[in-house]
Ligand binder design. Structure first.
Ligand SMILES: NC(=O)c1ccc[n+]([C@@H]2O[C@H](COP(=O)([O-])OP(=O)(O)OC[C@H]3O[C@@H](n4cnc5c(N)ncnc54)[C@H](OP(=O)(O)O)[C@@H]3O)[C@@H](O)[C@H]2O)c1
Length: 219
């Protein structure tokens, strides 16, 4: 099957490589397409560089928006038509980084990226918040872990989105575990109790049903 990946930076490139290793075809797009071209050359035949963001969606079964939160809305508006009836996977944490490298939150405390992004999408798009729980280096080192696979948590409101994102998570070399609907997605983001956890399925399931969410946000 085919997945469009818009954004081929630190996270998008790792996701694309792991999906392609798992047998997925990927259609890549980035701001100036230079990073997309380099990545496609590394991946080989499973990767195609799209002409632009809309073109990335041509023939794709799903799209992963591996973009910084601050550019997400503009890209969603640009590709809104083709997003209808597609799985849209968003790993974005609600953060911004200034020229000095200082990271700060762009949403009020308690408001999750998932809730906000859901309001930006066209009605027919199926949102799953996923692939943003682990830093890229942990994603890389935990994929295809053996004997017990590592978990990637996700949040989705509809069952079809859940099934589709579970397939992608398995293709990338992880075991999917659902935290709940999009209203639970704050648990997956920076500051959430399930962010940056490399755990197996049993521990993941006990965490989901265990203690109430712990707020680990810096302020
Ligand atoms: N990096 C991580 O470890 C990590 C972990 C978990 C979650 N996340 C989340 O993942 C998201 C991406 O993070 P990142 O570290 O991968 O960021 P990044 O390295 O800055 O990459 C951002 C990508 O977005 C592309 N881009 C920017 N504007 C675009 C546009 N208008 N159209 C198409 N592509 C555009 C850039 O293109 P160019 O390459 O052409 O500049 C770049 O490929 C963030 O929201 C972050 O919170 C990241």
């Amino acid at each position: 099957m085919t997945t469009a990946i818009i954004g081929t930076g630190g996270l998008g490139s790792v996701i694309a490589r792991h999906l392609a290793s798992g047998g997925e075809s990927v259609r890549l797009s980035s701001a100036d397409n230079e990073s997309a071209r380099k990545l496609a050359a590394q991946i080989g035949r499973a990767a195609v560089v799209a002409v632009d963001n809309r073109d990335a969606l041509q023939g794709a079964d799903a799209v992963i928006l591996a973009l910084r939160f601050t550019v997400l809305r503009g890209v969603i508006d640009e590709i809104a038509g083709p997003l209808n009836d597609k799985l849209v996977v968003v790993p974005s944490n609600p953060l911004t980084i200034d020229a000095q490298g200082n990271v700060s939150r762009v949403l009020p405390k308690g408001q999750s990226s998932g809730k906000v992004v859901a309001g930006w999408l066209p009605k027919g798009a199926r949102l799953a918040m996923a692939f943003g729980t682990l830093p890229a280096d942990h994603f890389e080192s935990s994929s295809n872990r053996s004997p017990e696979p590592a978990v990637l948590f996700y949040a989705a409101d509809d069952d079809r989105a859940g099934e589709e994102v579970e397939r992608l998570i398995r293709t990338a070399g992880f075991e999917p575990v659902k935290v709940g609907g999009i209203e639970q997605s704050g648990r997956l983001e920076v500051g959430g109790d399930l962010h940056d956890l490399v755990v197996g399925p049993a521990e993941a399931r006990s965490l989901i049903g265990g203690a109430p969410p712990r707020d680990r946000s810096p302020g």
